[in-house]
Design a protein around this ligand. Structure first.
Ligand SMILES: C[S@@+](CC[C@H](N)C(=O)[O-])C[C@H]1O[C@@H](n2cnc3c(N)ncnc32)[C@H](O)[C@@H]1O
Length: 269
């Protein structure tokens, strides 16, 4: 129609920006004390083993509501979180303020693919790219984010990265999964494309009231799944060297047949 125009949002924009409440439920779930304790303990151990002690500067890429950044700041790290969701960044700032750590937890709103513009020449001791955040865009974008992260971490500094383990996810995945979190019902319709290693999932999200279900979003999530060897190669190409891999933040050794998650630590070379 003349005079009209259509803006197509990428799925990360739909899920994390336009409909940020849809994913906020998952963030709340992952912020429960027991889960968070395991993650923070694991991250601290991975840091301390390579000399990243409290007082160090940490860059948290795709930080969301500061689930990890704020507890690290409370333990004495100086954390800068980057996320493109205005609503998550606002929540992170409010939480940091409430916890009394806003002098050590800073939150920058913007697209991590423009990290240089967002951070200028700032250099950190370590970077985090956590909770299955790699694979949202094209492989070239993942590689670029890793290259940018490397540019902002000093030589000998560390990166912690996690992602679902493709090999186990493929064995386990069901075409349809239903989940209720808080007042939302999620129906995930999965399909896997073996030519691109992308897991495509339509998230149909309903708001549940006492008598009704109201469809509030239908979002086509599309994630590149990686195996450990692919991550290792990509990290090598972008200036990192993987020095250890685990199956979760409990830090048990990575088992390719059983670990649902890959947690890697890489060193900036
Ligand atoms: C699964 S959440 C990870 C949250 C966080 N790392 C944690 O462990 O709690 C993914 C996050 O990535 C953010 N995100 C997605 N694409 C982004 C981009 N291009 N630049 C910055 N943030 C992005 C989303 O807004 C969302 O908060």
């Amino acid at each position: 129609m003349p005079g009209s125009w259509v803006v197509e949002l990428s799925w990360p924009h739909m899920l994390f920006v336009a409909k940020s409440d849809v994913f906020r439920q998952h963030i709340k779930l992952m912020s429960r004390r027991k889960t968070l304790k395991i993650w923070i303990r694991g991250i601290l151990r991975l840091f301390e083993e390579v000399g990243i002690e409290p007082g160090s500067k940490v860059l948290d890429i795709f930080c969301a509501t500061g689930r990890i950044a704020i507890p690290l700041a409370a333990r004495g790290y100086f954390v800068t979180g980057v996320d493109f969701s205005p609503s998550y960044i606002a929540e992170a700032r409010a939480k940091a303020e409430k916890r009394g750590v806003s002098d050590r937890a800073r939150f920058v709103e913007g697209d991590a693919r423009n990290l240089d513009k967002l951070l200028g020449g700032e250099v950190f001791d370590a970077a985090l790219w956590l909770w299955a955040s790699i694979g949202y865009y094209e492989e070239e974008d993942d590689e670029e984010i890793l290259r940018l992260a490397r540019r902002h971490v000093r030589g000998g500094g560390a990166l912690i990265l996690d992602t679902p383990n493709r090999d186990v996810i493929l064995k386990e995945y069901e075409p349809m999964v239903v989940e209720k979190i808080g007042r939302y019902l999620y129906i995930y319709h999965h399909s896997f494309d073996p030519f691109t290693s992308r897991l495509r999932t339509r998230w149909d999200v309903y708001r549940v009231t006492r008598k009704t279900l109201r469809l509030v979003a239908s979002i086509p999530v599309d994630i590149r799944l990686y195996s450990l060897h692919e991550l290792v190669r990509m990290l090598e190409r972008t200036g990192w060297e993987v020095d250890s891999a685990y199956g979760s933040y409990k830090l048990e050794p990575f088992n390719p047949k059983e670990s649902r998650m890959i947690v890697v630590r890489a060193i900036a070379v």
